[in-house]
Design a protein around this ligand. Structure first.
Ligand code: 5AD
Ligand code: SF4
Length: 486
């Protein structure tokens, strides 16, 4: 069905990234002819759900779309190409996609030439792909997480065959990296340091849809960050599902022992790169957070004073059932160690309520940890059953929806109290702010982040975007602050 035979196979490079550049150029030729004929530009819109990994993947795919001739469009326009980068970490993420697709169907009826592509984590699930195949026949291209680099090749196949193209791989075949780049922000960038996850927390679908954990070579990461710095980037966010296990397994296992380094050592190398002023990373698993890392963070001038350290539950019984490899005491003593060495660190977390079998005592353990750690903020989730994960087979015969909702509400209230208490204490303090954007609601204000990841709005204009300014925090507004330049 993938009518690649319509092109002269002899000319198609076998190796990457040359092969993808070949298809990008081929797409560009076809699309520029369309533009010439119609006299109208071709536009695209990418919708991204989920985590920073997906955001990064979307940036890479947007770069390919722009290279081949699509231009970004406004949310309300009817684009010529729609790319949906899906998430499947919780059930409601899937429902959102089907809701969006319903709206898109109407748009496509108005503009039949519109192309719709679905990719990302949800497309790694066979049942979802079957559903799209049978019920959403207007979707033109479907692919998963392992072959996003192939976007131009898939578009090309669709353009010349006018048939639906479905290409989902069970596991990554290769990693292709030297493709066009595009960044949402000129001054900050995410950098993948590893892909996949080997932790198999029992509730989580990520290891099944993003594959086995594999780290990039340190030299490749450093080279990429040097290039970013040369290009004006001052803040990098190192990305991985579990950055603390960086370097345990590599994409290319032939890497010599002398080049294998820990995450802490990688950070030390990033610290030395001229032009980089701030280093962030996401996400840390408590079980792998080493003393070496805490030391490197405490000696660093560039690593931001923010650590996202997912707790998931405060109950040792539930943590065991979740396969998190730490218990309540271990988490608390890790936090104590971190706070001793890094007294100004802002700790944030993820918490799941309603894991099968969670009782009131377990929930109280979660509240207890929250009170002891005093997180600046927390992402809170109601447990969502993901088919295929071990937890999906555990029957919960003690909790009703109402009980779980009630716990969730109490959890939010507890977190809100602590967050606002911490926030109040920041009022009057001074800190360095990286200005990121114009405030969407007030064009006379700009918004940015402090090293501890707090969002601050100050009076200013577009010329300040990308610069670092010292600010005084005047007022706390719950999720953000109002400040003044000093
Ligand atoms: N149900 C609810 N929350 C989940 N998360 C991952 N899987 C599930 C699930 N099945 C949450 C975890 C993780 C965050 C990214 O999403 O808290 O840290
Ligand atoms: Fe999912 Fe656990 Fe891996 Fe995080 S560490 S992606 S929660 S399996």
């Amino acid at each position: 069905m993938n009518d690649i035979n319509m092109i002269d196979q002899k000319n198609v490079p076998v190796h990457e990234p040359e092969r993808q550049y070949y298809f990008m150029d081929a797409c560009r030729d076809i699309l520029s002819e369309k533009v010439l004929r119609s006299g109208e530009k071709l536009t695209y819109l990418t919708e991204t759900l989920g985590c920073q990994m997906n955001a990064k993947d979307s940036e890479k795919m947007n770069a390919i779309l722009e290279y081949i001739g699509y231009e970004p469009c406004e949310k309300d326009d009817i684009p010529d190409f729609v790319l949906f980068n899906t998430c499947t970490v919780r059930e409601n993420a899937n429902q959102k996609i089907y809701g969006h697709l319903g709206i898109l169907k109407n748009k496509k009826e108005k503009k039949p030439s519109m192309k719709i592509a679905l990719c990302g984590c949800m497309m790694q699930e066979k049942d979802e792909v079957e559903l799209v195949k049978s019920k959403y026949r207007f979707v033109d291209i479907v692919f998963g997480t392992h072959n996003i680099y192939k976007l131009a090749e898939l578009i090309y196949q669709n353009l010349i065959s006018e048939k639906r193209v479905i290409d989902v791989l069970d596991a990554p075949e290769k990693t292709v990296e030297d493709l066009p780049q595009k960044r949402k922000y000129q001054f900050k960038a995410g950098v993948n340091i590893m892909y996949g996850c080997d932790n198999f927390c029992t509730y989580c679908i990520v290891p099944y849809v993003r594959g086995r954990e594999r780290s990039r070579r340190p030299d490749d990461i450093i080279k990429e960050i040097i290039q970013l710095a040369d290009d004006g980037v001052t803040e990098v966010m190192l990305l991985g599902q579990n950055v603390n296990s960086y370097g345990k397994k590599y994409i290319d296992e032939s890497i010599p022992d002398s080049e294998r380094i820990s995450f802490a050592k990688l950070l030390e190398r990033v610290e030395k790169i001229d032009g980089i002023k701030r280093i962030r990373f996401m996400t840390s698993h408590p079980k792998d957070l080493s003393d070496e890392l805490i030391d490197v963070m405490s000696n660093s001038k560039k690593i931001c004073s923010h650590l996202h350290l997912p707790l998931q539950s405060g109950s040792s019984k539930i943590l065991k059932k979740m396969n998190r490899s730490y218990d309540k005491e271990a988490y608390l003593s890790l936090v104590e160690k971190i706070k001793n060495k890094l007294p100004n660190i802002a700790l944030t977390t993820d918490i799941i309520v309603g894991f099968p079998g969670e009782d009131e005592d377990d929930f109280n353990d979660t509240i207890d940890v929250i009170k002891k750690v005093r997180f600046e903020s927390a992402y809170t989730f109601i447990y969502s059953k993901r088919t295929g994960t071990p937890a999906a087979r555990i029957k919960d015969d003690i909790n009703t929806k109402e009980v779980i909702q009630n716990r969730f509400d109490r959890l939010l209230e507890e977190i809100r109290k602590i967050s606002s208490d911490i926030a109040e204490k920041k009022v009057g303090k001074t800190a360095e702010l990286l200005i990121e954007e114009l405030n969407p609601k007030n064009p006379n204000m700009v918004s940015g982040r402090l090293s501890d990841n707090s969002i601050v709005h100050i009076p200013g204009d577009a010329s300040m975007i990308g610069s670092y300014v010292d600010v005084k925090i005047k007022e706390s507004k719950g999720f953000y602050y109002i400040g003044d330049r000093i």
